[in-house]
Design a binder for this molecule. Sequence first.
Ligand code: PTJ
Length: 250
Amino acid sequence: MGEEFDVPESHPRYQSLLTRHRIEAGVEKGITSKQGLIAEGRGEALDYLLGETTIPSADAAERAAAAHLLLADHPVLSVNGNVAALVPGEMVELAAVVDAALEVNIFHRTEERLNAIVEHLHEHGATDVKGQTADARIPGIDHERATVDADGIYEADVVVVPLEDGDRAAALAEMGKTEIVVDLNPLSRSAQTAAVPIVDNIMRAIPNVTDHARDLQDAPASELRTVVDEFDADDALAAAEDAIRSGDLA
Ligand code: PTJ
């Protein structure tokens, strides 16, 4: 995947075309749902208004996310069909740097697609991917996304839930977990529920969380806690909404 993408990097729409290509290839490979194409379209429109850049409040969220992950006892990164298509290697790398587990959790759940995503992550260097045991349920949700691994998301203290619908985000928060959400829509229920809402394209967000984690890796816990405490979720959401609404693309 990706190798047959032959648009030159100098093309002004390179990143956007690469993203579309990855999602399309994900659908062809059976890892991304057709609904995932629609979700990507919505994300793209918001990213365009954001200037297709990591705004300062998103960078602060990405640093706070890195600090949370480094402080966690049992961090888990949740992977769905869009995340697997867009940033498989980047998720594997982040998991390695912060010592987190990867767990596949999909809304439009079929065993076939679940297994294809696990396999895809293995192809990108993952050694242990959770999600196939499916021996626990998140209370308060009655669709398939409630199904998780008992030793994965169910046990986690910090969970990264990118490109998610709001139901599970609220239910995970209800379970007392610290949630880090990546979502280009600052008004989505997931972003509104998160301890750390990252309003940024996942293609930029995950590598930047990893960079911050590398930078903070040897910092004492007190410094990590300061990074966490200084981040204000409401301010970050307001800054993102303002950037999108003002549409100042300068
Ligand atoms: O693989 P599955 O079955 O778990 O399904 C995954 C999708 C994404 C289809 C499912 O979770 C879904 O329908 O999600 P929603 O409700 O459309 O929410 C997805 C959110 O992610 C929307 O608010 C989009 O704006 C946002 N989004 C889309 N692409 C990106 C994004 N955010 C960050 N980066 C993107 N590239």
